[in-house]
Design a protein around this ligand. Structure first.
Ligand SMILES: O=C(O)CCC(=O)C(=O)O
Length: 302
């Protein structure tokens, strides 16, 4: 165990492991990314827009929107296999073990970015975390030397302030919560740390650590990265608000979860119907009806 790295992670909410991922593994991912994914005409589920869409390229040939759950693409098995050789690697597991006293870590999400999507400042725990909160780790993996002009990924150290933007206002809306975080970042520009990451460097950050993306200065630069989210195996998965039971699949010796299946017309319709129900007022009466039917039949809802 390297106590220096653990101390940094505990004190500031993030730590960098330089040159952790071998260049040959990254090269294989990039080769299959260009051959299989950029060239594809199928829609992909996008982390950045939370919807299925086809690739749209910038004028310099980079895919504009980011990809979700790239470790589990059945239509592109070779690409995903190479992604798993990074996100399920002994290198990542051993870096995580250096900062936690845990034996193994489950992968609960992966993403890939080509161009900078201008990620707004946020904390991961609103969306994904352990139960109890605060033990999820994001690995931000540089697939190339990230030029400052591409718009770098940044973090805000957690050491000084409390950085809790929700507990004092139960029921705060997502928009209001994001506004509070943005105000904090805007009023503390001196705290922004946008490190110069080189190919193979990995920045590990905690679910409480504010992170986001600086604006792109020159769009001729891409910002190729993979991010992978892990929880120690003995924790339950959820977010700030609830526990979410999930079904893992063992892949390359790591328990992995994917939230969104690959595109098919049926999967897209299913996603849209669920989204509509979740965001509409219809959901409450449907839940109540379901609960009373379950009660009448003598069963209880999970
Ligand atoms: O790289 C980015 O712009 C955002 C990554 C991110 O927000 C995440 O991995 O949670």
């Amino acid at each position: 165990m390297n106590s220096n790295e653990r101390e940094q992670y505990e004190q500031q909410g993030y730590v960098i492991f330089k040159n952790l991922i071998p260049g040959s593994l990254i090269q294989s991912v990039l080769t299959h990314y260009h051959q299989d994914i950029v060239e594809s005409s199928r829609p992909f589920f996008r982390q950045s827009t939370y919807s299925y869409s086809k690739n749209e390229l910038t004028e310099f040939g980079y895919v504009k929107e980011s990809f979700l759950d790239i470790h589990d693409y059945h239509n592109y098995p070779e690409f995903s296999q190479h992604v798993r050789s990074i996100v399920c690697s002994a290198e990542i597991q051993s870096a995580l073990k250096q900062i936690f006293d845990n034996e193994s870590f489950n992968l609960v999400q992966s993403m890939m970015f080509d161009a900078n999507t201008g990620t707004f400042p946020h904390q991961e725990w609103w969306y994904l975390d352990t139960i109890p909160n605060g033990h999820l780790t994001i690995a931000w993996i540089a697939l190339e030397d990230i030029d400052e002009r591409a718009g770098r990924f940044y973090v805000i150290p957690t050491d000084a302030d409390n950085l809790d933007f929700h507990s004092d206002r139960p029921g705060i809306s997502h928009e209001e919560w994001l506004k509070r975080i943005k105000n904090y970042v805007d009023s503390h520009p001196e705290k922004i740390d946008a490190p110069a990451l080189k190919q193979g460097d990995v920045l590990l950050l905690n679910s409480r650590t504010i992170h986001g993306s600086l604006p792109t200065i020159d769009p001729t630069f891409s910002r190729k990265s993979i991010t992978a989210h892990y929880i120690p195996a003995h924790y339950q998965f959820g977010n700030l608000f609830k526990q979410k039971p999930i079904a893992y699949k063992k892949m390359d010796d790591v328990l992995c979860y994917s939230a969104h299946p690959e595109y098919s017309l049926l999967n897209q319709l299913n996603f849209k119907a669920n989204w509509f129900l979740r965001s509409s007022k219809l959901l409450k009466p449907i839940r109540e009806l379901k609960a009373s039917l379950l009660q009448a039949s003598g069963r209880s809802e999970k």
